[in-house]
Design a protein around this ligand. Structure first.
Ligand SMILES: [Zn+2]
Length: 386
């Protein structure tokens, strides 16, 4: 029996006997585990037989989509291998492959040799080598509200970008918006409705950077279109390490129409403001992440939706991408649902191309950095074409 198999057995034994008496940190003679940083989250932590036993569960009982966010830090007391047994409630243990960081900023996938998944896929066993410095472990790399602060502050320094708070979250955090130009046609980009969808956030960052870049194409695009970016719609969920919801126990991407939450209402106010200024939306992109692809997946309108122009826009956009780079893999999936999501809301209300732009949960950030700008440039060319 290899050590991975042994760890899996230990995980099964350890978690089967989970008992009361833990807190949001725990320690043994080797290390202290805690979640006292932004995005840090696990449900509880115990030490049993020298091993750390952690349980992972959603932020509230209404969460229906199993994207098990967790993030914790192991601070060593002496060098050695910490064994962490993780039990998942309401999600598959291997839904995200664990990521590791030595500085909380640079992340990589944990080595296959350091992770064991139990047969029933409800438990993970991790072996974490510790030296002197803390080690961060998370289901996805940490992309906290500070990332967005840095991004929007750098945009605010530009004379051609206006950054402001669109509104406040349930817990009073600002919802940032960055806007360029004041032209009668606008494109709107929305991000991070769902906290764990970090690869979608990386895609949005690379995409928006391309649209706001100092290139001839991007400059002429911004001379024609107002560009509105709402990169962080759910700051409370991101800060707290939620699986899905905002602090109002709501999936924001089921609140487009009901508008029961301040986050979605802040965008509704933005839309009213645009209407007052005589600015018409031409395109809405909503950035997410999914396990259904390893590249990009676009949910668009179907040919039979409306007068067909929304589907035709997407089809032409993607044809341009294919012509330019034949080996760039992605999926175009025309679809329709009754869900109160952003895609439905913007299409129903404005009859514009309204697209959910998904990126695979485990997609390599380097691939994203290369691919998203291609889609951004071809989107700009498409919108600028007569
Ligand atoms: Zn999502």
């Amino acid at each position: 029996m290899g050590w991975r198999a042994r760890l899996a057995v230990a995980a099964a034994a350890g978690l089967a006997s989970a008992a009361a008496g833990a807190d949001r940190f725990c320690e043994n003679d080797l290390a202290l585990l805690d979640t006292q940083f932004e995005g840090g989250a696990f449900h509880r932590c115990d030490v049993r037989d020298g091993k750390f036993v952690i349980s992972i569960r959603p932020e509230d009982s209404k969460v229906e989509v199993p994207m098990p966010w967790y993030a914790f830090r192991a601070s060593p007391k002496r060098p050695g291998d910490a064994v962490v047994l993780m039990g998942f409630v309401g999600a598959d243990a291997d839904r995200f492959w664990p990521k590791v960081s030595l500085d909380g900023t640079n992340w990589q996938r944990m080595s296959d040799r350091s992770v064991a998944v139990s047969d029933d896929n409800q438990r993970l066993a991790l072996r974490i080598p510790l030296a002197e410095a803390p080690v961060w472990i998370a289901s996805q790399r940490l992309l906290t509200t500070r990332f967005y602060d840095t991004w929007t502050l750098s945009l605010a320094e530009r004379s051609d970008v206006a950054v402001r708070a669109l509104g406040r979250s349930v817990h009073g955090r600002p919802i940032p918006v960055a806007e360029t130009g004041n032209h009668p046609q606008a494109v709107l980009f929305i991000g991070r409705q769902h906290p764990p969808e970090v690869t979608g956030a990386l895609t949005m960052h690379a995409f928006v950077d391309t649209v706001l870049a100092d290139t001839e194409l991007a400059r002429s695009f911004r001379d024609t279109f107002t560009v509105i970016t709402v990169p962080l719609l759910n700051p409370d969920g991101v800060a707290a390490g939620h699986w899905r919801h905002n602090a109002g126990k709501t999936d924001l991407n089921r609140d487009w129409g009901p508008f029961r939450q301040p986050e979605t209402r802040s965008v509704r106010a933005l839309l009213a403001d645009l209407a007052e200024r005589g600015i018409a939306l031409r395109l809405m992109l909503d950035f997410h992440a999914t396990q259904l692809t390893e590249t990009h997946l676009f949910y668009t309108q179907r040919p039979q939706d409306g007068d067909g122009t929304a589907h035709a826009f997407a089809a032409d956009w993607f044809e341009r991408v294919r012509k330019r780079q034949r080996d760039l893999e992605f999926i175009h999936r025309p679809s329709k649902s009754e869900s109160a999501n952003a895609k439905n809301y913007f299409f129903t209300r404005y009859a514009i191309p309204s697209i959910t732009y998904e990126t695979g949960d485990e997609t390599d950030p380097a691939w994203i950095e290369a691919a998203a700008p291609v889609f951004a440039e071809e989107m700009m060319r498409k919108l600028l074409s007569p």
